[in-house]
Design a binder for this molecule. Structure first.
Ligand code: BT5
Length: 309
């Protein structure tokens, strides 16, 4: 852990004195003072009282702001502009870095699934977590579901009702406009996962006019939002959910709008129509065909159909 991250962690848990910090990090009191001065110029308001240093204001967004008070064992790497946080996360994964979250304010080459584009104007939430889960590769799709639940939970305090569309979209209930998407990538062998990258895009403080048709933003539906808290809630939830597969499925079922309705799922050019009945323990969708047979679909593009179709 870098000294800056450790310092932010210590400050987040309450007032801490210069001598305490100097001892904890084995640095001089002048060095502590310099680090505090750095944080102040990065936008933190830090009061020096009789109990020590106390943070009273945190910058609105950015790496330090997200790191401060983050309740998950991840390091934040922040960029104002980047081509794609998933691409950067791949580079980090390739150099054996884990538990890092690449976050950007704006993406110029964001990707969706199957090489589709993800539009990423400034003001959105774009992040990619690189980690090594200890699960078999067949269960990695469940992490996409966990990501969806984590995003939905992170948006719970905001006055917007969301529903998860299998496997990876977050839609506004009622209008079915897309507010967030997830791109999960992995590398591994048949029995072992080397790394997973969970890439999440949320249309936060962006004008819906800059987004493709069928998409909307939090700003447009309910006004500007605090991206820092959303990202912190999301990462803390995801960290806990990733260790609780049964809990993920249960909560996903309660948050999805895909189950118990007719769907059309396209998988490698084949169209499967039927009733979406459930998801299995790997996150695959179970579809009941009109002839009564059941199909299990591990990945694909899902369209919700109206009951009449
Ligand atoms: C997804 O793909 O929904 C996954 C999106 C993942 C984006 C994140 S951002 C951080 C990280 N870094 C990256 O480079 N990517 C990840 P898919 O289900 O294939 O949906 C893509 C489709 O959504 C596009 O073809 C458009 O129709 C639509 N779309 C593009 N940009 C959008 C946006 N900002 N909001 C809503 N829909 C969008």
């Amino acid at each position: 852990m870098s000294l800056r991250v450790a310092l932010l962690d210590d400050l987040a848990s309450g007032p801490v004195s210069g001598p305490e910090l100097a001892e904890a990090f084995d640095i001089s009191r002048t060095a502590v003072w310099n680090h505090i001065a750095d944080l102040r110029s990065a936008g933190f308001t830090i009061e020096a009282g009789s109990n020590g240093y106390r943070v009273t204001e945190v910058p609105e967004y950015g790496g330090d702001a997200i790191q401060f008070g983050l309740d998950a064992p991840y390091r934040i790497e922040y960029h104002d502009t980047i081509a794609s946080t998933n691409e950067r996360a791949r580079e980090l994964a390739g150099s054996d870095r884990r538990d890092i979250v690449v976050v950007a304010d704006r993406q110029t080459g964001g990707r969706g699934r199957r090489d589709r584009r993800w539009v990423g104007p400034s003001g959105g939430i774009y992040l990619s977590l690189v980690f090594s889960p200890s699960i078999p590769p067949a269960r990695v799709p469940l992490l996409t579901l966990a990501g969806g639940v984590a995003v939905a939970r992170a948006l719970d305090p905001i006055t917007i009702e969301t529903g998860i569309k299998w496997p990876n979209d977050l839609l506004v209930r009622g209008s079915d406009e897309k507010i967030a998407g997830i791109l999960t990538e992995m590398q591994g062998e048949s029995d072992r996962v080397e790394w997973v990258i969970l890439g999440i895009g949320i249309n936060a403080n962006v004008d819906a006019g800059k987004l493709p048709t069928g998409a909307t933003s939090l700003q447009t539906t309910c006004g500007p939002v605090d991206r820092r808290s959303i990202v912190q809630r999301l990462l803390a939830s995801f960290h806990r959910l990733s260790a609780d597969p049964a809990g993920v499925i249960e909560e996903w079922r309660s948050r999805t709008t895909t189950l118990d309705r007719p769907v059309r799922v396209t998988v490698a050019g084949e169209e499967i129509r039927g009733m979406a009945m459930d998801v299995d323990r790997t996150g695959a969708l179970l579809i009941e065909r009109p002839n009564g047979t059941m199909r299990r679909v591990h990945a694909g593009d899902c369209e919700h159909l109206r009951p009449i179709e």
